[in-house]
Design a protein around this ligand. Structure first.
Ligand code: ZN
Length: 413
């Protein structure tokens, strides 16, 4: 089994600090600027940058004249010096990306999640798809640092275990990280899907946006990723952001928690498809004894519902607008709680209904009597699109490889 990883080559703390500084300055930094930013001595910077140059992770990229003295040589990242794989598992679809060191997507692919989604079959499919994607991308496999997985929660990221996600009913305590690491021969990191998505947004943000926001993840389930002060909020067990049981309709259907009208129960694709079937917009789905949730069929029916709304069907539009008002009620609670001024929407099913939802949701939030701070709130669709959680998972691999923090969440084989 291949054990190739470049982590040991850059494991020195100072190297990681220097590389992270260079990564953040896209146009490059001189050795003098690096010393200023990192607090390291000129001699240490000289030694570290020589090692990074030899390892092919940075390059010298021209000179700048800055005040008196001789021109300074700029050091810049070799964006194709290392790569990371990101995988996002949603009960309906699995997304794969390969990212270069700067975070650019160099390859991506997507597969349907097997139905029913048995853990061992899903892991085997993921390993095969990762290998195929690396092959297709033309990236030298020895330059791949590792695999980040964005998974539905709850998870135990330290143990690398997916605990018992409600939308994957046959998954209980699945050791996903170890299994995928064994199957791919690569180090693997596990993160909750909504957190990975939120991290991806912070990586690609510029200026003042994406500093304090909630990421509304709309996939098979609904979840919320949280970023405050540009840092993802993970909580004690890395499962922060579960807002599914916020009550938004006192007369709604009874949730698994026993109460009525929980947002996570009311607005999922499955719930909206059921509403559309009762309203006569869609034909009933054929029952599947072997896979009662049957997310493939739900996904297809959901696209039909979105298409019907898109072509002006009033009953279909009413269902999506009602879901938007339910979501708005939950978002008011989240905005009040965290004092945030931006909501970013994404996830595998968002694109289908985003336009319809955004026709009514911003107004419903901003005019809510429950909203405490009356000020502008930005409602935006993810800049990264459908790949967002997979991109975030790969960003986390780069983060853990190149940031001066413990990398205990990555296991090597
Ligand atoms: Zn509930």
């Amino acid at each position: 089994m291949r054990t190739g990883t470049n982590l040991p080559a850059i494991s020195g703390y100072n190297q990681v600090v220097v590389l992270d500084s260079i990564r953040r300055a896209r146009s490059g930094l001189s050795r003098v600027e690096l010393a200023e930013r990192t607090g390291l001595s000129a001699q240490t910077i000289g030694n570290v940058s020589r090692r990074l140059l030899e390892a092919g992770l940075i390059r010298e990229s021209g000179k700048v004249v800055n005040g008196p003295g001789k021109p300074r040589t700029l050091l810049q990242l070799v964006s194709r010096g290392s790569f990371a794989v990101g995988v996002h598992i949603d009960p309906a679809v699995i997304t794969y990306v390969v990212l270069d060191l700067e975070g650019a997507v160099v390859a991506h692919s997507r597969t349907r999640t097997p139905s029913p989604p048995q853990a061992d079959q899903v892991i085997e499919l993921m390993a095969r798809s990762i290998r195929a994607l690396i092959d297709d991308s033309g990236v030298d496999p020895s330059l791949v640092l590792g695999v980040g997985i964005a998974s539905p929660g709850p998870i135990d990221p330290e143990a690398g275990i997916v605990l018992d996600p409600p939308m994957l009913p046959r998954w209980r305590d699945v050791p996903l990280r170890a299994a995928l690491s064994e199957a791919t021969g690569l180090p693997v990191l596990l993160e909750k899907d909504v957190t990975a998505a939120a991290v991806a947004e912070t990586w690609f943000s510029t200026g003042v946006s994406r500093a304090n926001f909630a990421f509304v993840y709309y996939g098979t389930g609904y979840g919320t990723g949280l970023v405050l002060g540009r840092e993802a909020v993970r909580g004690v067990s890395s499962n922060a952001g579960d807002a599914g049981h916020i009550t938004v309709d006192s007369e709604g259907t009874i949730c698994v928690c026993g109460r009525r009208g929980c947002v996570g129960d009311l607005i999922t694709p499955r719930a909206l498809v059921a509403e559309a079937v009762s309203a006569g917009v869609l034909a009933p789905l054929p029952p599947r004894d072997d896979d009662p949730l049957d997310m493939r069929a739900v996904g297809e029916a959901f696209q039909s519902l979105a298409a019907a709304a898109g072509s002006g069907d009033e009953a279909a539009t009413r269902i999506l607008h009602s879901a938007a008002r339910h979501l708005a009620r939950a978002l008011v609670v989240i905005v009040n709680l965290l004092d945030i001024d931006e909501i970013v929407f994404g996830g595998p099913f968002w694109e289908d209904i985003g336009d319809a939802v955004l026709e009514v949701l911003p107004h419903a939030v901003l005019t809510s009597k429950a909203l405490i701070m009356k000020r502008e709130i930005a409602f935006v669709t993810s800049a990264i699109g459908e790949d967002v959680a997979a991109v975030g998972a790969a960003c986390l691999v780069l983060d853990y490889a190149f940031s001066p923090r413990p990398s205990g969440m990555l296991i090597s084989v």
